[in-house]
Write a protein that binds this ligand. Structure first.
Ligand code: GLP
Length: 241
């Protein structure tokens, strides 16, 4: 695990955007795994600017997102499909037919999960997987006690995760109870993993991921097993190390 600590969140976000930009410039047909959440908003903003400034070729990229809420129409404003279209794919000009998220209103979640795994394999596997981390140590929506060998599947969200994500839903709207997420095994299959965490509310999860015992109680600790994982932090997220 390579751990890089930056003085500010802005520098950490820029560092992640720079790595993505360099990767796409060097390998325009890369398969990139993408993440959502507040942490990635500035990263995508910086990436869009770099794509425009440096004429980064994005037409041959293929992307797979980590997860999607179950039971939410893709057009719902809080769906991860809406987030990705608005915050990256549209402004960056990435052809939507080359962007994949689990289909959250598919009739059969198990069949959709298996099909998602197959789509990733058929694309040649993920070259670089971008990750955030939940306050409880989740990656994707692999909540604590998820099997470290898990594959894409339907997961029940914990109350704490639903509460953390309530801000993206209307005040009178219930947050989804389930999501389809890549499994921890799926994530570990990526050739390279790049996790970004900023802010003091992530400090405890970051310390458990990096210094804690490897185990299902902190799903992100599975990255200790990955041969090429880079963790990028700001000083606040690194404050419990
Ligand atoms: C969400 C997502 C994760 C994300 C994490 C942190 O629930 N499923 O992919 O990394 O929680 O989100 P945020 O960046 O908003 O703190």
């Amino acid at each position: 695990m390579k751990v890089l600590i930056h003085n500010s969140a802005e520098l950490a976000q820029q560092a992640v955007a720079d790595i993505l930009t360099a990767r796409i410039l060097a390998h325009p047909a890369s398969v990139i795994g993408l993440a959502t959440g507040g942490t990635m908003e500035v990263v995508y903003d910086r990436l869009i600017r770099a794509i425009a400034r440096e004429a980064v070729p994005v037409r041959d990229l293929v992307t797979f997102n980590l997860d999607e809420y179950w039971g939410l129409a893709p057009a719902h404003p809080a769906s991860y499909r809406s987030y990705m279209n608005a915050r990256l794919f549209g402004p960056a000009g990435i052809p939507l037919e080359r962007t994949f998220l689990p289909v959250a209103d598919a009739a059969d979640p198990a069949a959709e999960s298996d099909a998602y795994e197959l789509r990733i394999r058929e694309a040649g596997g993920i070259d670089l997987q971008l990750l955030g981390i939940g306050q409880n140590g989740h990656i994707g929506f692999n909540e604590p006690t998820s099997s470290l060998a898990s594959r894409t599947r339907l997961k029940t969200l914990t109350q704490s995760t639903r509460k953390a994500n309530q801000q993206y839903f209307g005040a009178d709207e219930a947050t989804p109870e389930y999501a389809i997420t890549m499994g921890i095994g799926t994530i570990l299959d990526a050739r390279e993993c790049l996790l970004l965490a900023t802010g003091s509310n992530k400090a405890e999860a970051v310390s458990r991921m990096i210094e804690g015992p490897l185990g299902a109680h902190c799903p992100a600790s599975a990255l200790q097993l990955h041969p090429k994982a880079t963790i990028i932090l700001d000083a606040d997220a690194a404050s419990a190390l």
